[in-house]
Write a protein that binds this ligand. Sequence first.
Ligand SMILES: Cc1cc2nc3c(=O)[nH]c(=O)nc-3n(C[C@H](O)[C@H](O)[C@H](O)COP(=O)(O)OP(=O)(O)OC[C@H]3O[C@@H](n4cnc5c(N)ncnc54)[C@H](O)[C@@H]3O)c2cc1C
Length: 492
Amino acid sequence: MTYDVVVIGGGNAAFCAALAARERKERVLVLERAPEDESGGNSRFTAGLMRVAYAGVDDLKKVMPDLSAEEIARTDFGTYTEDQFLDDMARVTEYRCDPDLTEILVKRSLDTVAWMRGKGVRFTAAWGRQAFNIGGRFKFWGGLTVEAVGGGPGLVESLTNSAKKHGIDVWYRARVTGLLMDDDGVKGVRVRREGKTVEVMAKSVVLAAGGFQANPEMRARYLGPGWELAKGRGTRFNTGDVIRMALDAGAAPAGNWSGCHAVAWERNAPEFGDLAVGDQFQKHSYPWGVYVNATGRRFVDEGADFRNYPYAKYGGVILRQPGQFAWQIFDAKVKAQLRDEYKIRQVTKRTANTLEELVKQLDDVDAEAALAELKAYNAAVRTDIAFNPNVKDGRGTQGLAIPKSNWANTLDTPPYEAYAVTCGITFTFGGLRINTDAQVMSTDGEPIPGLFAAGELVGGIFYFNYPGGTGLTNGAVFGRIAGSNAAAGSDH
Ligand SMILES: Cc1cc2nc3c(=O)[nH]c(=O)nc-3n(C[C@H](O)[C@H](O)[C@H](O)COP(=O)(O)OP(=O)(O)OC[C@H]3O[C@@H](n4cnc5c(N)ncnc54)[C@H](O)[C@@H]3O)c2cc1C
């Protein structure tokens, strides 16, 4: 059993690597630990949103050639330049992101998504989630414009079909348990396939097996105490084994090992993601309301920035609250603005006609303190400034210890609604060090011959926080580079 390139993982990064490898070499194998019906990793749980830099609608047509004249006429796509993407990455990672890797991520974003389109993945504009309808015209507000048709499930299905069409072998229930190494680098992998251990020899191996977010032991160890209590938003199979294998083989760790992407997530959601619900357990409309915790107090500036920027660190903020939960509270004025995910059946929701009644229904919350907090908040809102969801409107609060900086509406119009949330962890930021050719670097600072990596298990790109839609782009850009270089390297 010998392949030119073996790719470990069955998500977006893995399939992009496999498809790129197949452009140069015949024998490419994808090893996916999950059974087929749970395959696709975190990528399958996504909305399929992909952040790309674009100078205007002509660029977007490279990835969405089906955009009609009528759709273009009714949409203000604006631009999202490479400089803006670079600035966003630098700002949200507090200037820690690896500059060389980040530059590649940004500069190859559009071209890579266009390449995926060439491989059979179809994309559309994310009108539903990333644009506001203003007077009949859609305006994109955060530079995040492109999504895969069919979301994450559609993305994984198209990539899988494309791989099979290109003659790439895909094994399910094939868990890699070891890397075969000698002094000259990687020689293959040990796999437990359907319960039987086999060795597969390969000239190059691409690691694309995700982070360690589904492993409570590693979460507590690296993210810190309490993180074992978070809910997993995605696949239960990303338990960090391949990261550990690579470290044991001499790979260098990189990046923000104590950091992760984590969001507000339904308090009573299951331990890991549920493919039937996808990302709908998330509760992202907090900028239009307020949070209170068990002590009845607000604890975060809900209007600090557009949702796409701070949302990925607010899961951790909720985890640090007593009991690891909080309630999001809205009034009827913003009900129409609540995202679809508030309308699903699996929500912990309370409704009341007065704030007095509402606070009494908030499980595990000091009702008296909560009522006082909501009244103080109402009194502090700058009602002289108009509410405008499309810009940071400056309609904030005055004089509160924890301000709300934008979109502060008074809670005064019944019925009031409250939703219970906890911390949902998406993926971990720490991982393996790679160079700009996606080669895994050793602790001695040299590339490990034959070993490449891409996606969630790479460290050094995201720190503290993350601009929405960058995970898939990251996996695609570096997956493509890894696969292509793995195949080129396998000539030797
Ligand atoms: C609910 C949710 C919504 C999201 N929404 C978005 C979004 O809209 N846009 C965006 O850009 N990002 C989003 N993300 C983040 C995104 O999912 C990840 O950044 C991206 O999918 C990571 O891709 P990957 O290929 O590196 O990992 P994955 O897609 O997780 O793939 C890892 C694969 O490795 C396999 N594996 C693990 N261990 C082994 C082993 N030992 N042997 C063999 N196989 C193994 C797993 O089974 C899995 O198939 C979201 C995440 C979640 C959970």
